[in-house]
Write a protein that binds this ligand. Structure first.
Ligand code: F0G
Length: 458
């Protein structure tokens, strides 16, 4: 018999979580203006809002924190992290930042100017936010099949090379800040990008003299998919694959809160010393001196260790299979979900789930609210609320995909928790025809509204 996959760790410390009653949840979500970001965490039973910064650190990470060096300049923790980043990614230069969006802020301060274009594969919302804030435009060049949510494609996060080349061909190189490829593609459903695709993007970036940056939050999960799905990589080690992926790029931004399994932190990796120097000035202004940039020494130590743990095959196998198990259970209930399953999350197709709710009433947000009321489960809307308004016309943007994301924190929940989550979604699915009205906006912020929006039930 082939032995099943299992977690390559055992549990040393636990944190209690509390169930609540349906009545409590109904009143809490109303008080929270139907925005799940406004809930207190103790009002949530299973928190699948995000896999970002919510992972469980290992004993080795915790112990490395005890020997963190908190010197302002030249801390040993900075050099420890420098060695780990160089070893894992191949980048020689790096700047620590307090998280991924801070890395974007610092790097884009050098690269992005008003009127520029930034082609990529469905930029993450903070990436897009930083681009639009600078009055530049994010151009989505994801392959079309990504929008067919049940079509099988092993690398649905891929960039459409023709779309990308058209952007590069039809615009002067100095109008293009850089190409950004996000691995795995979070907005598109946690879908991976193939090595072949990264190689092709790398070639185009060189041919047109435009920098190629990888948004690397889930780079290790991407490498797992390359190993298990792309021809020629089955025998390669995850770390070898990771090095090759980054070899095609000029730099990377990293939210360490995902695949490096720390609760806070980020960095920018550079090949080019000049770009590193230019970005250093902004790092000092926005983050801190270049040898700590928004991170404590102890946090840099934990991150250095996390980069190694996050790129272990056995860990990645159990992680990605846990997500897939949840996906299979939801599918068994008949719930429409995005396939293939994402690396870090399962995405429920809210348009198909709640067919009677018009897009103007935010079906994905409505479904997220129902899941919470049903079982204290917190997911997140990835749909029209998050897509925000067009910066020019101020009209609502309605993206092709209207989804609820259930993101699984790393090394935190058991498979019993996943059974519970599936049952909650199954119960809502059974009563879906009684959910006839969605929500409308009472108040919204001018940018990135979904975090603070206030809603009311229709
Ligand atoms: N890029 C990607 C692909 C991300 O998924 C995120 C964050 C960021 C950049 C920004 O990093 O949060 O450290 O500032 N994603 C989180 C999520 C918030 O829930 O998917 P950050």
């Amino acid at each position: 018999m082939i032995l099943p996959f299992t977690e390559p760790f055992k549990i040393k410390m636990v944190e209690n979580i509390y169930k609540s009653t349906r009545e409590q949840r109904e009143s809490w979500i109303k008080e929270a203006s139907y925005n799940l970001f406004n809930l207190k965490s103790e009002q949530v039973f299973i928190d699948l809002l995000t896999d970002s910064g919510t992972g469980a650190m290992s004993d080795k990470q915790w112990s490395s924190m005890m020997v963190g060096d908190e010197s302002y300049a030249g801390a040993s923790s900075y050099y420890k992290l420098k060695d780990a980043i160089n070893d894992i990614t191949g980048f020689n230069y790096y700047l620590p930042t307090h998280q991924g969006r801070a890395a974007e802020n610092v790097l884009f301060s050098v690269l992005v100017k008003e009127g520029d274009l930034v082609p990529g594969n469905s930029h993450f919302d903070t990436t897009k936010g930083h681009i639009e804030f600078r009055k530049a435009q994010a151009v989505d060049c994801t392959i079309d099949i990504a929008y067919d949510i049940t079509a099988w494609h092993p690398f649905k996060g891929n960039v459409d090379i023709t779309k990308l080349e058209n952007v590069l061909k039809n615009n002067p190189a100095d109008k293009i800040s850089c190409i950004i490829v996000t691995i795995t593609n979070n907005t598109g459903g946690g879908q991976p990008v193939s090595m072949e695709n990264l190689r092709e993007v790398g070639k185009l970036s060189k041919r047109y003299g435009v920098k190629f940056i990888i948004d690397s939050a889930r780079f290790a999960e991407n490498a797992y998919f390359i190993k298990t799905r792309e021809e020629g990589y089955a025998e390669k080690d995850i770390r070898e694959i990771v090095r090759e992926m980054f070899s095609y790029a000029d730099g990377m931004t990293m939210s360490s809160k995902k695949d490096a399994i720390v609760n806070m932190g980020g960095f920018i990796g550079f090949r080019d010393e000049e770009l590193f120097r230019q970005a250093s000035t902004f790092n000092i202004i926005y983050e801190g001196f270049i040898t700590y940039g928004g991170m404590s020494g102890r946090d840099m130590n934990a991150l250095a260790q996390g980069l190694y743990e996050g790129t272990e095959f056995d860990y990645l196998e159990s992680r990605i299979n846990q997500v897939a198990c949840l996906g299979k259970k939801l599918k068994d209930y008949g719930i429409p979900i995005l396939e293939p399953f994402g690396g870090h999350a399962i995405f429920i197709d809210a348009k198909k789930f709640l067919q009677e709710i018009p897009k103007e009433e935010f079906p994905a947000q409505t479904l997220a609210i129902e899941l919470y009321i049903e079982g204290g489960l917190r997911g997140v809307e990835i749909g029209a609320l998050m897509a925000d308004r067009d910066p020019e016309t101020r009209e609502n943007r309605y993206p092709e995909l209207e989804m609820v994301r259930l993101a699984i924190p790393r090394r935190v929940y058991t498979n019993n928790h996943m059974d519970y989550v599936a049952a909650v979604a199954g119960n809502v699915f059974e009563r879906r025809n009684n959910i006839k009205r969605g929500v409308s906006i009472k108040w919204e912020a001018p940018l990135m509204r979904h975090f603070t929006v206030k809603l009311e039930r229709k």
